[in-house]
Structure formats: C-alpha cells, structure tokens
Design a protein around this ligand. Structure first.
Ligand SMILES: [Zn+2]
Length: 195
C-alpha cells in the first residue's frame, strides 16, 4: 500500500517535472510564454521564435525601428508596443475606439496545431484556417507559419466589431469590414504586391 502510494506520487512528480501535471495542470514548466500589452495578452509557444513573430507583424513599420537581432531582452516590450499600435490603427480605420478592450492572442506553430487545439470542438467541420477570432472566449487564434500583418489586423477587426455592436453583425458583413481593414493596413505598411 505504502509503496503504491509512494510510486503514484513519484509518477505525479515526474509528470510535473515534465510540465504536465495531472493534479495541478498549471504547475510545472509553462508551455507558453505570456506577453502582456494594454489591449492583449499574447500566449506564445515556447518552441517558436519571437523574432519570427516580430518580423511577420512588421515591428519596424509600427515602431519605426529595426528589429534588434542581439538585444532580445527588450523583445517583450517591442512586441507589446507593436500589438497596441496595431490595435489603435485598426480602431482608426474602423473609426471604432474601445479603449477598455482587452483580449487574447494565442499563437500556434502551424495550422495543424491550431486545428488540433481549437477546431477539435467542432467535429465534422473541415476547418483548416490559419487564423480565427472566437468571440465566446474573446481570443484570436493564429498560426505562426501562416501569419501576416494583414491577417492579424483582420482578426483584431473581428474582435473590435464583435465588442462594439450589441448583436455582432452577420459573418458576411463582418468580412467586408475586416477585408477593408486588412487591405488598408497592408497598403500603409507597403505589403501589398506591386503591380
Ligand atoms: Zn474574417
């Protein structure tokens, strides 16, 4: 009995060391890096590189600076400032300003991981999207492999629209607005393909 008890706790301890604790799932090593900004809580997978995220959301366009390749200590603040600047730019394009807004951005390494974590709750549906905003958990889910500035702006626009209207507009109306935001951001950041 005593031996069984001990080995069970030994098992729990080892699982906790590996970061997967069956009793206290939040203990152990965190699987994600969390960056807070005024408007967002960013959850970023530990196995991915923040520099890739920073490049893809055009940090240099928003902060008018080059991404420091060696100085990664200040990376959290560079990313949080960029996310807030992007939020304010999307708000300006929509002319909807919700200064009390705060939502989540959850990053996954790729579409497969996003599908596994988010769309498994929708069996039978063939979701294979690189990004999605889910209003019920106020979260943008996005694949790092597919991420673009326009894509993140599009999802932020969904979040703002859904919070502004008491009854969120129908999907097709939202797509027209979010498509316009995506186009405008890409135009000002210079990421539209040249003709
Ligand atoms: Zn959309």
């Amino acid at each position: 009995m005593r031996h069984e008890f001990k080995s069970r706790w030994g098992y729990v301890f080892i699982r906790c060391l590996k970061g997967v604790c069956p009793l206290f799932p939040n203990l152990g090593f965190p699987q994600q890096r969390v960056i807070e900004s005024k408007y967002f809580t960013l959850e970023f997978p530990r196995e991915c590189e923040l520099v890739e995220f920073a490049q893809k959301i055009n940090v240099n366009y928003f902060l008018q600076m080059d991404i420091p390749s060696s100085d990664t200590k200040n990376f959290d603040s560079i990313i949080s400032k960029t996310l807030d600047a992007l939020y304010l730019e999307v708000s300006d394009i929509l002319d909807i300003h919700i200064y009390s807004y705060h939502g989540k951005i959850k990053v996954y390494p790729n579409k497969e991981k996003l599908k596994e974590n988010v769309f498994r709750n929708y069996p039978g549906q063939k979701y294979n999207l690189p990004s999605v905003y889910i209003h019920s958990d106020n979260a943008i889910h996005i694949s790092l492999a597919d991420l673009t500035l326009g894509m993140l702006a599009h999802e932020i626009a969904h979040a703002i629209i859904s919070h502004y209207f008491v009854v969120p507009p129908p999907a097709k109306v939202q797509e027209v607005l979010t498509g316009y935001v995506e186009y405008s951001i890409r135009k000002s950041a210079g990421t539209l393909p040249s003709r």
